[in-house]
Design a protein around this ligand. Structure first.
Ligand code: SAM
Length: 127
């Protein structure tokens, strides 16, 4: 639902209209419709100042992400890597890395789930 992006947009732009301030925030998910739930929940469609893009983190070529590669100072990825097995996690890690600017200080932040002892757990809906 992009709750962290809604929070960041509200903190950064406070009373500014989304129509007049340049976009600096982007969110991405493989499911597009989920963002509508976020707008319903936060009631901030007119003030929300970020773009959502549909992209499969395992294959971003068919999305609108490629032109943005190398342009982000901060990439935030949260609770996503545990959806994939180890080999797909390696593939998925390439996308946030490719989005960061090739400059000292660019960073990837967020939190992920894991276990001290690695194991595979399969969910059919994400295979
Ligand atoms: C556990 S939710 C976490 C959502 C959000 N990052 C958060 O912290 O609340 C995992 C999200 O990953 C998305 N997802 C699953 N497979 C994906 C893929 N291949 N590419 C991009 N997003 C994917 C799901 O649609 C879902 O919204």
């Amino acid at each position: 639902m992009g709750q962290d992006l809604h929070s960041l947009s509200a903190d950064l732009y406070k009373n500014d209209s989304a129509a007049t301030t340049p976009k600096q925030l982007y969110g991405s998910d493989v499911l597009g419709g989920i963002w509508e739930v976020g707008f319903d929940l936060f009631q901030d469609r007119k003030k929300f100042n970020a773009d959502f893009m549909i992209a499969n983190i395992l294959n971003t070529e068919a999305s609108t992400l490629p032109p943005l590669r190398g342009t982000f100072d901060v990439v935030y990825i949260c609770h996503a890597m545990h959806l994939f097995d180890y080999s797909k996690q390696l593939a998925a890690a390439k996308s946030p890395i490719s989005l960061t600017t090739p400059c000292l200080g660019a960073m990837i932040i967020g939190s992920q789930l894991g276990a001290k002892k690695a194991f595979d757990m399969h969910y059919a809906s994400f295979d």
